[in-house]
Design a protein around this ligand. Structure first.
Ligand code: FNR
Length: 184
């Protein structure tokens, strides 16, 4: 069976990030054809064009990992009805130089959670728009959760069966989407 390398980007640096927990739970309900690897964002400096002449090692490491990935799972909280700066900054680094845009033609699936009633819905619309502009192919559909502490159990799995089934179906659709775009 062909497997696909999926880079996981989490838009929160918090040690106890609920979105990191959500990302882990999502990887556990995904089909085995998807192999996940977390790509850290915490070493990236803020984008500065003056660094382009000699990109910092952390930036090169980040873009190499993203270029090697066949697809992306992006999981993030919503900050002020948009995406957190840490994720936007990572996307900006990956988008330059234009002829080495690491996002172009790559399949992306997104999800997110926040305590708010419409947990990350608006932020994800911004993320969807940005990734579309960069030429990525974003899976249609919606996966945002109003975070409750009991959402993910002590083992890191979705505690509730209906949430688990919904997310498994979403990740199942993503696996089909990736195989169509990347090839069997
Ligand atoms: C937030 N939070 C938030 N939540 C939300 O639903 N909509 C929003 O617009 C915002 N805005 C916002 C701005 C800033 C600067 C912060 C720090 C927080 C709450 C945020 O989504 C919540 O703290 C998440 O649980 C953080 O995710 P992690 O760190 O647990 O993954």
């Amino acid at each position: 069976m062909k497997t696909y390398d999926v880079a996981v980007l989490v838009g929160s640096l918090r040690r106890e990030s609920t979105n990191r927990k959500l990302a882990t739970a999502l990887t556990r309900v995904a089909p085995p054809a998807l192999r996940f690897r977390t790509v850290a964002l915490d070493e990236l400096p803020m984008y500065n064009g003056d660094l382009e002449g000699q990109r910092p090692e952390s930036v090169n490491h980040f873009t190499e990992q993203c270029a090697a990935a066949e697809a992306f799972l992006m999981v993030m909280p919503e900050y002020n009805r948009s995406l957190p700066a840490v994720l936007k900054n990572a996307i900006d680094w990956g988008s330059k130089p234009m002829d080495r845009n690491v996002w172009r033609d790559k399949p992306v699936v997104m999800a997110g959670t926040s305590p708010g009633a419409i947990g990350t819905a608006v932020g994800q619309q911004h993320l969807r728009q940005i990734m579309g502009i960069l030429g990525a192919s974003v899976l249609g559909g919606e996966a945002y959760l109003s975070f409750k502490p009991e959402m993910i159990d002590a083992q890191g799995d979705f505690a509730d069966e209906s949430t688990r089934n919904f997310m498994a179906a979403y990740m199942g659709r993503f696996a089909v989407f990736v195989s169509k775009l990347v090839g069997p």
